[in-house]
Design a protein around this ligand. Sequence first.
Ligand SMILES: Nc1ncnc2c1ncn2[C@@H]1O[C@H](COP(=O)(O)OP(=O)(O)OP(=O)(O)O)[C@@H](O)[C@H]1O
Length: 273
Amino acid sequence: MTTTQQQPTLSARGLVKRYGRVTAIDGADFDLYPGEVLAVVGDNGAGKSSLIKALSGAVVPDAGEIKVDGKTVHFKSPLDARHYGIETVYQDLAVAPALDIASNMFLGREKRLKGPFGIGLRKLDSATMRTEAQRILDDLGIKVKSITQLVETLSGGQRQGVAVARAAAFGTKAVIMDEPTAALGVAESAKVLELIGRIRDRGLPVVLISHNMPHVFEIADRIHVHRLGKRVAVVTPKSHSMNQVVGLLTGALKLDDNGEVVEVASTTHAGLT
Ligand SMILES: Nc1ncnc2c1ncn2[C@@H]1O[C@H](COP(=O)(O)OP(=O)(O)OP(=O)(O)O)[C@@H](O)[C@H]1O
């Protein structure tokens, strides 16, 4: 159960990221608490991807602060974020289709044989990697024919499962997922959502970027609404309706000082230059 009395696992204050004249993140705040699935929603171009890229080390923000377990961090690359236990599953998945499942699970973290074969000849310990990869998939309830199956022979949902399982296996603080169900059918999406729930229940908080409101309402504990480069609201599927969340992300609605949803008077394009 999430309470905002806890210390966030991953948080940010006042993040800014500019690409030339475009301000993709404009003073954004962010909080992920232990034991939760936090959905990040927003219109196209709101800056969701840029925000998670900053949180996962893929871009370096121009200003602002990121903290892991309350300690300020300065990620210079995704590897830095990984060292802190933050794993990201990107939209394009970054799996190697021509390699088998076990090799994909250990991509960049290959195990070498002990002794002269491993140290001198850098021979891979394929047997151990296969056993461990199988255990990870079994733990998460992901079924595949064989751990030595090439990833290119898997369905989109199974590939997503391998990428998510890899993140869940190596992440110790958080798993961030950018639109994990975007390319999947109904049944495969349901499996990925189930998997997200299982990862959360095993104690690893998940950040889920999604345009799919029914998915968000099905799985998220809290919803971070992003608009024009910043966080404009945090609500829950229990306290707010899908229509309200859509209103908040389009700017038709806003939260007032008491946290109540109110309509925004129609604007006359003030502020647009
Ligand atoms: N590498 C880049 N170079 C230039 N502009 C960029 C770059 N990445 C993002 N932007 C711009 O920053 C803004 C925010 O983009 P971002 O991809 O973070 O938004 P998003 O909310 O994830 O959008 P979508 O839902 O469409 O993926 C957009 O105007 C986008 O065009």
